[in-house]
Design a protein around this ligand. Structure first.
Ligand SMILES: Cc1cc2nc3c(=O)[nH]c(=O)nc-3n(C[C@H](O)[C@H](O)[C@H](O)COP(=O)(O)O)c2cc1C
Length: 407
């Protein structure tokens, strides 16, 4: 039952191991489908009032409704989970450390960060988004963790709202901040000037390119032309001086896709796996609001498409294996995201090979409820507890601890 196996990642085999059942996570090889955050009251008003922005700009309407639907809509996956809940750490009856010794710090892209957590890309590009980004930036700065902004397409299309992005650097002067743009914009081709605008606005430490084919497919005004993406991505990675991070938005990144991204020069893969928020559901809600119950897909297909994607834990397991298999990619870093909502999820992510974990929707919910800092502090305390109970004084040690499938 507990036959040890060399696990993905860089830990040596004497220490690191994954119990045999984790092999069952390998859906593609074994055919076994096992894995199936008050923004204060003023912010609530800003979200509601902003629904009818004076400019009538479609991008602005979309971004505002995304926040609203993510906070209040039925957008969770149904019948599919992240897979984290099926795993547990092996208890260590002999921790041989003091709880007070537990050190959450780690590194990301060569820089020390205070904890293995990142605030995922969410918003920007309309005036009210500045308030959201300011609060997120303040939290990132307080905890000493990285932060991503939402898609900067709007900053390229309309200079009026660039401040809603730039504000993050003002309130988070010392942490890593990442610019963000969608795959369809990359596929169309970004000019050097456009890339410079995004990076300069934030004094960015990197560029996140989000892969959101399923979201665009369901989006009423979606751009579904992803042709030539990899070629154009490779041109960008070769040209810019900061690392490029490829991330999904909730459907996950498979090992095969990750390999192509790494070959195109990407340095970090943010898996944004399935099991948390379904962006297909977010866009389906927007589509239905716009066009009514018009049927685009058959009912059985719709259910499967709305719940489409590779679960987060599965992505981590598979992409970590790539690092072992391809020495050229042994230095790449993996971000675990998609449904992260506790320090236990963060801990399991590290043991599955992630450098850090990232969260969007639960962070947004916590902000909306006025509990952002408290939520992050609680998650970090969860993580400290797991580290203590596995005898891991440092995050590097936790990465080498055994996970088993729950009975
Ligand atoms: C309101 C909201 C807006 C988002 N906008 C973006 C975006 O502009 N760019 C992006 O890469 N991801 C965006 N995301 C996706 C998240 O970064 C994340 O990948 C996804 O929601 C899955 O993580 P989660 O389960 O922690 O929410 C957004 C998420 C939320 C909740």
């Amino acid at each position: 039952m507990t036959r040890e196996k060399q696990a993905p990642g860089s830990c040596d085999s004497t220490n690191k191991g994954v119990a045999e059942p984790l092999l069952l996570l390998r859906v593609h090889e074994y055919g076994i489908f096992l894995l199936s955050c008050t923004f204060y009251n003023s912010c609530k008003e800003l979200i509601r009032d902003g629904m009818s922005d004076r400019t009538g700009n479609r991008t602005i309407e979309r971004k505002q409704s995304h926040v609203d639907i993510c906070l209040h809509g039925e957008v969770a996956f149904s019948g599919k989970t992240t897979g984290f809940e099926k795993l547990e750490f092996e208890h260590n009856a002999l921790p041989e450390i003091a709880f007070s010794e537990v050190d959450l710090s780690t590194t990301f892209l060569g820089r020390k960060i205070n904890a293995p957590l990142m605030i995922s890309s969410m918003t920007g590009g309309y005036s009210e988004a500045a308030t959201l980004n300011q609060r997120l930036a303040e939290a990132a700065e307080r905890f000493g963790i990285p932060l991503g902004v939402g898609s900067m397409r709007q900053a390229l299309e309309n200079s009026s709202y660039r401040e809603s992005f730039a504000i993050v650097r003002k309130y988070a002067p010392s942490v890593q901040i990442f610019a963000n743009i969608g795959a369809p914009e990359v596929a169309k081709g970004l000019t050097d000037n456009e890339i410079a605008i995004m990076l300069d606005l934030l004094e960015a430490d990197g560029l996140i390119v989000h892969l959101n084919a399923a979201q665009e497919l369901f989006q009423p005004e979606g751009n579904t032309d992803f042709s030539h993406f990899l070629d154009r991505l490779a041109i960008i990675t070769a040209k810019i001086s900061v690392p490029v991070i490829a991330k999904e938005v909730g459907c996950g990144i498979s090992a095969a896709a990750a390999l192509k991204l790494l070959e195109a020069g990407v340095k970090v893969i943010d898996v944004a796996g399935a099991g948390g928020i379904s962006w297909q559901k977010v866009e389906e809600i927007r589509y239905t609001r716009e066009f009514g119950q018009e049927k685009r897909f058959s009912l059985p297909a719709l259910d499967e498409l709305l719940n489409w994607g590779v679960p987060t834990a599965q992505c981590l397991f598979d992409i970590s294996e790539l690092k072992n298999k391809y020495p050229d990619f042994s230095e790449i870093e993996i971000i675990a995201s998609g449904g992260i909502h506790s320090g236990i999820d963060i801990a399991k992510s590290l043991a599955l090979g992630a450098q850090l974990a990232a969260s969007a929707r639960y962070i947004l919910k916590a902000l909306h409820e006025g509990a952002l800092e408290e939520t992050i502090e609680t998650w970090l305390n969860d993580l400290r507890a797991v580290m203590f109970l596995t005898g891991s004084a440092k995050t590097e040690e936790l990465r080498c601890k055994r996970l088993i499938i729950k009975p």
